[in-house]
Design a protein around this ligand. Structure first.
Ligand code: 5GP
Ligand code: ZN
Length: 118
C-alpha cells in the first residue's frame, strides 16, 4: 500500500522526480539528493514500510529481493572495490524519511569504523 503523504512513496510512484537507476514491480533505486559519497543511492520498496523496525516474516521475499537489487545496482555502478549499505531506523539512528530505504554508499574509502568516524 502507498501512503499518499510519504515522500518516498511519491518518488517510487513517479509523482516526484528523481534520478532513478533501477526499477521493477517491487522496488526502485534512485540517487540521493544530498550525496555523502561519490555514489549514494537509495533502494526502497514500492510498498510503504516505515523502517527496518516494521519488517515482518511476511516481507521476507521482498527484503531478499531488495538485497539482490542492491548487489545488482552496486555492480552496475562499478563499485568493485566495495561499498556500504546502511538503513537508519527511528530517531536515534537519525532516520529522516519514514519509508524503508537502504543507502548504498561507495566510490571512495569509507573508513574501517562502522560509522566512518574512527
Ligand atoms: P535517512 O536520513 O532517513 O536515513 O535518509 C534519507 C535520505 O533521503 C537522505 O540521505 C536525504 O538526502 C535523502 N532525501 C531526502 N529527500 C529527498 C528527495 O526529495 N529526493 C532524493 N533523491 N533524496 C532525498
Ligand atoms: Zn512511503
Amino acid at each position: 500500500m502507498r501512503d499518499s503523504n510519504c515522500l518516498f512513496c511519491k518518488i517510487a510512484g513517479g509523482d516526484i522526480p528523481s534520478q532513478k537507476v533501477y526499477e521493477d514491480e517491487l522496488c526502485c533505486a534512485f540517487r540521493d539528493i544530498a550525496p555523502q559519497a561519490p555514489t549514494h543511492i537509495l533502494v526502497v520498496p514500492k510498498e510503504h514500510i516505515v523502517s527496518v523496525a516494521e519488517i515482518t516474516e511476511s516481507d521476507a521475499a521482498l527484503v531478499g529481493h531488495i538485497f539482490a537489487v542492491i548487489a545488482k545496482v552496486a555492480k552496475a555502478e562499478g563499485l568493485t572495490n566495495g561499498y556500504r549499505v546502511i538503513s537508519n531506523a527511528g530517531p536515534d539512528a537519525g532516520q529522516t524519511v519514514p519509508h524503508l530505504h537502504f543507502h548504498i554508499l561507495g566510490g571512495r574509502p569509507l573508513g574501517e569504523g562502522l560509522l566512518g568516524n574512527n
